[in-house]
Every structure is written in C-alpha cells, then in structure tokens.
Design a protein around this ligand. Structure first.
Ligand SMILES: O=C(O)C(=O)Cc1ccccc1
Length: 302
C-alpha cells in the first residue's frame, strides 16, 4: 500500500495535514522533517508531509534546507491548517516550571505563557507531539500541542484554543520524487530555489523576469548557503503553473540567469486564490506572440 511519511510522532499538526491530503495512503510517522524527506528519497515512502511556513513565525528552516539539499523532491499539493494549541500536563502535575514544544509553537503562544504561566521556562522539542511524550515521561511539566494530541497521550488538558494570533495558519506540503506534475488548475503556485550570483542586482534580475511577465510573487525567503558565510539561496514562490506558457517562459528565463535553479513544484493553492494576470501577459498573449515570430521566420508574415 502507498505510504506517506509525516513529521511525527502521532498527534502533530503535520499528521492532521497528512490526513487531509491522503487519498487512501498509509501514514507513517518520522521523528524529524529531514527523516520524512529521507524516507521518500530512499524509496521507503511514496510521499512526505512536512510544514513549510506559518503566518506568525514564517518559514520552516528544516523544510527549506531539505528541499535545496540532497536529491530533488517536488511539492504536488498543499494544505492550510488553522493553528491553535492545547496545553497538556500530567494528572499529578504540581507547579509548572517547564513548558515544552516545537519552537514555532512556543513562538505562537509567548503572550499566553507570560500571562498564564509566568516564570515557566520554555523548552524546545523536536515537535509538539514529542513535547507531549516528554511530559508523559516526566521530563517537562507542560506541553503546547495540537488539539488531537490528547487523543494519543493520556494527559490532562490545562487549556484549549490557545493562540496569541487568532487567525494563525500553517501551510504544509506533500512532497514526492520528480514525476508527473499535477494538472494546472487556474489557482496554482510554482516554487523554485536559486543561489543567485553574489553580484549587483542578481536577485533583482531574477524577480524582474517574473515582473515583466506579469507574474505575481507569493513568497521570497533566503537561507544561508552554510559552507559560504554571507552567501544565500532564495526560495521564490509565484502564481501560476509551469505548464502555462507565461510561467514556463519565466522559469526558462530564471534558468538562463542562474543555472543552479531547482524546480520545487507547481500545484493548486490551498486557499484557491486565482492567479492575477496583467493585460498583455496572459497565456494567449504568449502563444500568439510566439506563433507570430514563427510565421515571420517562415517569411509568411511581417
Ligand atoms: O510539531 C508539530 O506538531 C508540527 O507539525 C510542526 C508545527 C509546529 C507548530 C505549528 C504548526 C506546525
């Protein structure tokens, strides 16, 4: 049976996202984001479900680095989850001195912790569900978790619906080895990563290739190249699907400017927002113009 490796253990937000994206596949937890990606690269899983960004803390660095390094993986679909947290303790909990969770979760409940558990020390764990396991084992006093975690770990619910930002959301990707791309839907996201040259205007040059084709930018993140201090790779998401003439033309231009561009996927956006198209930059405009140039070359038109 096909499998999806998700960033676990059981009871993470990512498991919830994987359930919403699964089409009958078997879900298998992986302890870390790199481990979920490794499972796909090694052929032990058919797909990996991982978080990519959230509306409060921004990008998930482990996912970005994992997409740029090692064998290529492409996103084939995405899920957007509203994120609010539960705070769990042991039944016999006394004073709460430590509160454990994934760093992105701690960052999203900072004000709540200051107001409700002042003096409790925040401790980072690999995931929200790993924090629940650690509380169960007596390592920490409280865990900030996904609401479903209490169904997996026998802990007491101290609070639910905890969130400093009411409408916080996290976006998750389903990654596969390169293969057949999803069909264009009219509301797609295309993602690439490129290490722009360390020279004046090189990033502006990449972005200009999108701008002159009327392609709307959705996200721009930088991550350090690690082995080269002061050098970065840029993750660029924009509207549209690589199968569209306007987007294919833009991706080819990025490749011309930067031969280390890696394609990270074209897939429907979870929010369903249609691509904006400026006058003169529609797919018909691109194909009509290319047809006209062909006819001119054949000497049939001028
Ligand atoms: O640790 C989890 O449950 C995850 O899936 C990562 C995460 C952490 C905080 C908010 C959303 C996702």
């Amino acid at each position: 049976m096909p499998t999806i490796a998700y960033f676990g253990p059981q009871g993470t937000f990512t498991e919830q996202a994987a359930r919403s994206l699964a089409r009958g596949e078997h879900l298998v937890p992986a302890d870390t984001i790199p481990a979920a990606m490794r499972a796909v690269r090694a052929g032990a899983a058919d797909a990996a479900c991982v978080p990519i960004e959230n509306s409060v803390e921004g990008p998930v660095a482990a996912t970005l680095d994992g997409l740029a390094e090692d064998g290529p993986l492409v996103a084939v679909t995405e899920a957007l989850l509203a994120v609010h947290f539960s705070v769990l303790t042991r039944e016999d909990a006394g004073e709460i001195r430590t509160v454990a969770s994934h760093p992105h979760a701690l960052a999203q409940v900072r004000h709540w912790l200051e107001a409700n558990l002042p003096g409790a020390e925040p401790v980072a764990t690999a995931s929200t569900a790993a924090a629940a396991v650690a509380v169960q084992q007596g390592q920490y006093d409280a865990a900030v978790t996904a609401p479903v975690a209490v169904e997996h770990y026998p802990l007491r619910v101290l609070a639910t619906g905890v969130a400093d930002v009411a409408d916080a959301r996290t976006r998750f990707l389903l990654l596969r080895k390169p293969g057949t791309l999803p069909e264009p839907s009219g509301h797609d996201r295309t993602s690439v990563v490129a290490a722009a040259a360390h020279s004046t205007g090189s990033l502006a040059g990449l972005l200009t290739e999108l701008a002159v084709r009327g392609i709307n930018l959705l996200r721009l993140d930088a991550r350090p190249l690690k082995e080269n201090f002061g050098y970065y790779r840029f993750f660029i998401d924009f509207e549209g699907h690589i199968a569209e003439p306007r987007v294919g033309d833009a991706v080819a231009a990025l490749r011309r400017r930067c031969n280390n561009v890696r394609f990270l996927g074209s897939h429907p956006r979870a929010d369903g927002a249609p691509s904006a198209v400026e006058p003169g930059t529609g797919n018909d405009d691109f194909t009509d113009a290319a047809d006209w140039v062909d006819a001119v070359r054949r000497g049939e038109r001028a």
